[in-house]
Design a protein around this ligand. Structure first.
Ligand code: DCP
Ligand code: MG
Length: 431
């Protein structure tokens, strides 16, 4: 007679789940973000490098070159192909940060000098970097990942590890179903593609994410070691750099399979105990490192370096506007990530590179731009402002999760009234 279960079996009663770890890496990340605003460049060789982006200059030149048309940042997708700068004739010391897959066919990619690249592919289009934009899309794709699978380890601007093990659907087809879902969610939201490797651990997942780039998924299981991992060059192991690789080669070890064939003791004698043991484990596809989710931030800040140095009195209006914007940005960072803080501070760097910071701890937690602006302004009054400024930053520290602060009723969303604000001559109007 079969018994009806009264409750669904808990996971501890099931056979233990297989560990499934994903590595997700965006495809040609900086270049792909640029292609979102210049879709006319799709399929063309494009490299990113050289100077910083200055949209106003670009629009100014467009207005001169094509006065028949109106040009603003909404018209970037209409820029004619012949307007984009080409690599041909490039002189300078810049290097490529990344290249589109079309450009990679010419043998150019990350870290290649722009002059060398100009020889290999003179027709490639050269675009400047825009880190703000890349950071924006980095945050966006990571938010989508954590919406689907909360255990995510941030490994940099365009890559993350994700623990699929206990996520619903994370075991289906070895992780392929969830990986496909993530790719689709990221593409639908951002228009960007990524590649995902799913494997029993981080080491193998990292290798797997490269197998089917771009826009690919690869699944590696424990028994794929011999066929999929051992034929690879040792450099494909994350952690074997050029020096270690050269040493391995000097012993006739080129592939991971050749590494795996060596005795662990020989590796330990040759490379040292720890490295030798790690090389042995890695070549056998073993890696127990957990997926480490982000630790709680202690502070959040925004800062900006001015194009030309500014003076507190002479450039009062411009500085004031920048200062307000920084406070708004920090407030919006705090609100988006769900934090409030009670230490408000500023950072200044002068034209002689001297750095000055000031901060103040207030009696309530806040994520409100006006409150931050008010107290950051008070900090600024305590700073020497005779010299020209090169950088201005605003920081909020002593953070607490907003819900915890709310629970303790120490959360203020409106600026407290100012008691006898002592506006001094230098900064009164501005700050
Ligand atoms: N990057 C850089 N300098 C390098 C390597 C990379 O500035 N030497 C930047 C530009 C890349 C981003 O980091 O877009 C991510 O690096 P990846 O190695 O993941 O390279 P891509 O995402 O560009 O290409 P892939 O599709 O191979 O991942
Ligand atoms: Mg990438």
């Amino acid at each position: 007679m079969s018994q009806q279960p009264t409750a669904p079996p808990s996971s501890s009663q099931n056979s233990p789940r297989m560990r499934r770890i994903a590595h997700l890496d965006m495809d040609a990340f900086y270049a792909s973000v640029e292609l979102l605003r210049y879709p006319q460049l799709k399929g063309l060789p494009v490299v990113i490098g050289g100077g910083r982006r200055r949209e106003d200059d670009l629009l100014g030149r467009l207005r001169v070159a094509h006065p028949e048309q109106e040009w603003s940042s909404e018209h970037l997708h209409q820029i004619p192909l012949d307007f984009f700068p080409r690599l041909a004739g490039y002189t300078g010391r810049g290097v490529i940060t990344t290249a589109t897959y079309a450009a990679r066919q010419f043998g150019i990619g990350s870290a290649v000098g722009l002059m060398k690249a100009a020889k290999l592919c003179p027709q490639a289009i050269l675009l400047p970097v825009d880190f703000d934009q890349y950071r924006h899309y980095s945050r966006r794709f990571k938010a989508i990942v954590t919406d689907i699978a909360p255990l995510m380890e941030d490994r940099g601007i365009d890559e993350v590890y994700i623990d699929f093990t206990d996520v619903p659907g994370g075991q289906r087809e070895g992780g392929r179903v969830l990986a496909r879902l993530m790719q689709k969610a990221i593409f639908d939201d951002t228009g960007l593609t990524c590649s995902v490797g799913v494997a029993p651990n981080k080491l193998l997942a990292k290798m797997a994410s490269e197998f089917n780039k771009p826009n690919g998924i690869s699944i590696v299981q424990e028994d794929d070691l011999e066929t999929k991992i051992w034929p690879l060059a040792c450099r494909k192991i994350n952690g074997i750099g050029p020096k270690a690789d050269a040493k391995l080669k000097s012993h006739g070890i080129e592939t991971i399979g050749q590494l795996a064939a060596r005795e662990q003791q020989w590796l330990m004698d040759t490379f040292g105990e720890r490295t030798g043991a790690w090389l042995h484990a890695a070549s056998h596809g073993q890696d127990e490192r957990p997926v480490v989710t982000e630790s709680e931030p202690v502070s959040m800040s925004r800062e900006t370096t001015f194009d030309t140095d500014l003076h507190a009195v002479r450039d009062r209006a411009e500085l004031g506007a920048i200062f307000t914007k920084l406070c708004e940005q920090v407030a919006s960072d705090l609100q988006r990530k769900g934090y409030v803080g009670k230490t408000i501070g500023i950072k200044l760097r002068f034209d002689d590179f001297q750095i000055v910071t000031r901060d103040q701890t207030i009696d309530h937690f806040t994520a409100d731009a006006k409150v931050i602006r008010q107290f950051a302004g008070q900090c600024l009054k305590r700073a020497p402002l005779q010299k020209r400024l090169r950088l201005l930053g605003v920081r909020v520290g002593a953070l607490l999760k907003a819900e915890d602060a709310k629970a303790g009723e120490v959360f203020a969303s409106h600026p407290p009234t100012r008691h006898g604000a002592d506006a001094d001559d230098l900064t009164g109007q501005l700050f």
